[in-house]
Design a protein around this ligand. Structure first.
Ligand SMILES: Oc1cc(-c2ccc(F)cc2)cc2nccnc12
Ligand SMILES: [Mg+2]
Length: 214
């Protein structure tokens, strides 16, 4: 039986990236996805927008929905101040296994907690399982039909506070119309669209940044 694309991506990281150097892990994955095999990482163009949002916010507690191979996990965690924590949820065990090794290669284990399972089941357990009060930052990058229900769940579970920033990937491609409709029309959020491109392509995509107003 052959290897999977995430396994080939991991092999490239372990072969070419410097251990403990998140920037080299990011560069290696971007090179692999541009020159060898496309993969659904947020990528370098949208990744720069992600970086600027995280840097401006300087979050102490962050949540990522959809880990995949850990590319955006590394992008976010490398920017977090000491003592802060990124919890990342991944439904697919094969993706999670690769992501753990990518995160470890980048030397970011002490900032990241990867939890396997469905976000809809895990979000209500955040407080009791991980001692989370509220999140300062949430990156939505999992299945598009989960963006809206999981956002409503975060609200209902009291995991958002005045000023929490939600950043959603793929709001154009593959697209999250129900989420956009809700978040742009809700008086509880202030939203802004960052136009960009689908990772490693010329296809339009973008990120929606929404501030929870409480
Ligand atoms: O960034 C992404 C891109 C795509 C995707 C796949 C196939 C295409 F043709 C176009 C776009 C799927 C994604 N699923 C989950 C999280 N992020 C995704
Ligand atoms: Mg994505």
């Amino acid at each position: 039986t052959g290897s999977t694309r995430p396994q080939r991506l991991l092999r490239a990281v372990q072969k070419k990236a410097t251990q403990g150097d998140p920037q080299s892990v990011i560069a290696t994955i971007d090179h692999f996805c541009r020159h060898s095999e496309w993969a659904m990482n947020v990528g370098d163009e949208k990744g720069s927008i992600l970086d600027s949002v995280v840097t401006e916010l300087n979050p102490s507690s962050a949540l990522e929905l959809g880990t995949y191979c850990g590319y955006s996990t590394v992008r976010i965690a490398r920017l977090l101040p000491p003592g802060s924590k990124l919890i990342t949820l991944e439904f697919n065990p094969a993706y999670a296994a690769v992501a753990r090794q990518v995160i470890a290669w980048a030397g970011l284990n002490d900032k990241v907690q990867l939890v396997e399972g469905p976000s809809g089941d895990l979000i209500p357990q955040m407080k009791e399982l991980f001692g989370v009060q509220t999140f300062d930052f949430v990156f939505l990058d999992h299945w598009k039909d989960r963006y809206l229900p999981d956002t409503k769940l975060l609200e209902e579970c009291g995991l958002l506070r005045k000023g929490t920033v939600l950043l959603a990937d793929n709001v154009i491609c593959p697209g999250t119309p129900e989420y956009l409709e809700y978040i742009r029309n809700s008086s509880r959020y202030e939203s802004r669209y960052f136009k960009s491109h689908l990772e490693y392509t010329k296809v339009e995509d973008g990120l929606e940044k929404s501030v929870f107003l409480g």
